[in-house]
Ligand binder design. Sequence first.
Ligand code: ADE
Ligand code: ZN
Length: 354
Amino acid sequence: MGGFEGGMLDAASDFVLGLPKCELHVHLEGTLEAEMARSMVARHGNDPASVGLGERPAAFAGLSDFLARYYAAMQGLQDEDDFYELTTAYLETARRQGVVYAEMFFDPQAHTSRGVPFGTVVSGIHRAQQDALARGGPDSALVMCLLRDESLDSAHATLAESLPYRDRGWILGIGLDSDERGNPPSKFAGVFERARGAGFRVTMHCDPRQETSVAHLWECLDVIGVERIDHGIECLSDDRLTGEIARRRLGLTACPLSNLRLYGTLMADAVTELMARDVLVTLNSDDPAYFGGYIADNFAAVADEAHLTRAELAVLAKNAFLASWLAPARRDGYLRAVDDYVSAAAPSHSAPTR
Ligand code: ADE
Ligand code: ZN
């Protein structure tokens, strides 16, 4: 683990760390650090060495390579306490990184397909969310992702299993992730329509560097009617698409360190270009246990490469609250907290980061 968790700090990164932040794109299973994965596998009587859990390369050969390792590492997640431990560890790290509110993804089909009941997964996660809140935060909500490389029948069955937890308010939204090749948003139009009818908020991944990125982004807008887009950065290759995303005020949850480890670039220029085009772009950590850093590390990496000012960092932090699914009063409270932080930080941090 590098970055802030590894203890690197200077005046600019100190500002980033204290900035009140909202995480909108983190996969709980992507916060499973190798050591925790190994100890869970061992606890359940299996040999961690036999499943290659130590392999977390500095660079992945694209999304499919990453996903194969990500799913393999999950086999230690078996009982409610495992999901509790995973979520507790993430929320504690997020708190240290200055996160005050997180909308967190989980992948139920990656567990139910291994025989772990849906209720076991959400009960462990929910208990950890409640306990973190009682300890002072961060506050959090849960977004269920459907795996786009699984069948439509499996997606419908998973949605059906989730409905009691939607009714209890344990799951706020629905998303779509995993391998995008051959799995367009339109494949899931029916299931997302049902989900919206049941009260779920709606987002979808459109990963960078996919052959079909632009076509999939248009489907997100025209067929699905998403409220947010995960990654989505490739919209910049289509001016009309970028304009429409800005006009609809759709959040785009960029993940710089994920881009770096998967595609060799932070895509920091794209972030500043999206800001200039008035798109509600946000910075996030995606799968931080694999990509070398959590949210403050992502802010620091982009600030460094794009020479962002403190005012620009504050805009990025505020974009995330604006793109969140918080009730307006709470959202506005967090927006004021960012402004207050920037005003209070000004005297002791008078030099801009550039
Ligand atoms: N599952 C976990 N991380 C993902 C990502 N970045 N893209 C698609 N599916 C994922
Ligand atoms: Zn993701």
